[in-house]
Design a binder for this molecule. Structure first.
Ligand code: HSE
Length: 292
């Protein structure tokens, strides 16, 4: 048995939709699976360690756990991994690896997992669903993990937007970027922050991208605290605005930033921004609408 699993990257938060909104992007983690008589892991990406012991690999660990939940044992496989998703930059590389593991177990153990089961499992491994859902389903997803650990979600498959990604050379671990956030918000802060998020989502659903961009740039949940961790945060926002983007935000926990722009304009904005900014890899990206 041989097959390929391909999972898109994602950008979470979109500013105020903290731990809830996410968008799938056309950078992919690809896993080639062949059943074999022993475990073998070949990684063909500069973003992944090449000499990885398979037991330490997140994809393997998640697959093993997923099989175990269904009282199955994972058959030995040869895994060939390729990835264009940079690690620890804010493009959901760990969520993509987690989904690869779930889908690996799903296929080799014939678990017939439903989309909701994949989302729930992925969220348990990752802690929050905002990168898991877009990588699974494609497009823009809005999720809510509430008290019983259920995850409810909605999806907009098509947004008329281009995305420009500003990827710096340095890494930022999500744990460190979560560490700078306040543990509590006052009632007034929480109400204002969630009202901004509500208007963001409503404007994205109704295609009012000007308003969406305004809301993106007025996040109160995390950007004011994380902006300190990202050199050029303010310059990138300002110059991108001069190029006419709707809004620029931190991608997930950073340090990558992303701008949302009118469809068709991403490439020229990326080219301009690359001239403007040293030490960043700047690319025009598309929204992936297929997911896993
Ligand atoms: N919503 C998460 C955060 C995404 O901003 O911390 C990164 O895992």
């Amino acid at each position: 048995k041989e097959f390929i699993i391909s999972i898109p990257a994602s950008s979470a938060n979109l500013g105020p939709a903290f731990d809830s909104g996410g968008i799938a992007l056309n950078l992919y983690l690809t896993l080639k699976v062949a059943e074999s008589d022993q475990w073998e892991l070949i990684s063909q990406s500069s973003f992944l360690p090449t000499d990885a012991n398979y037991e330490e690999n997140l994809i393997y660990q998640v697959a093993k756990e997923t099989a175990k939940r269904h009282n199955k044992q994972l058959p030995t496989c040869k895994l060939t991994i390729n990835s264009d998703i940079p690690l620890a930059r804010g493009f959901g590389s760990s969520a993509s690896a987690i989904i690869a593991g779930i889908e690996l177990a799903n296929q080799v153990c014939e678990l017939s997992l439903s989309p909701d089961e994949k989302l729930t499992y992925g969220t348990e491994f990752e802690g929050h669903p905002d990168n898991i859902a877009p990588s699974l389903f494609g497009g823009l997803t809005i999720t809510s993990k509430h008290f019983k650990n259920d995850v409810d979600w909605l999806r907009i498959p098509d947004l008329d937007l281009d995305v420009v990604g500003y990827i710096p050379e340095f890494e930022l671990e999500t744990k460190a970027a979560r560490g700078v956030l306040p543990a509590y918000f006052s009632k007034e802060q929480a109400t204002t922050a969630s009202s901004i998020s509500n208007v963001l989502i409503a404007s994205l659903f109704s295609g009012n991208y000007e308003l969406a961009g305004k809301m993106m740039e007025n996040d109160l949940f995390h950007e004011p605290y994380r902006s300190e961790l990202i050199p050029h945060y303010h310059e990138i926002k300002k110059e991108a605005k001069r190029c006419g983007v709707y809004g620029t935000v931190i991608s997930g926990a950073g340090p990558t930033m992303v701008s949302f722009a009118e469809k068709g304009k991403g490439k020229s904005i990326a080219e301009h921004m690359q001239q403007f900014l040293q030490g960043y890899q700047i690319s025009a990206l598309q929204i992936d609408t297929n997911g896993l």
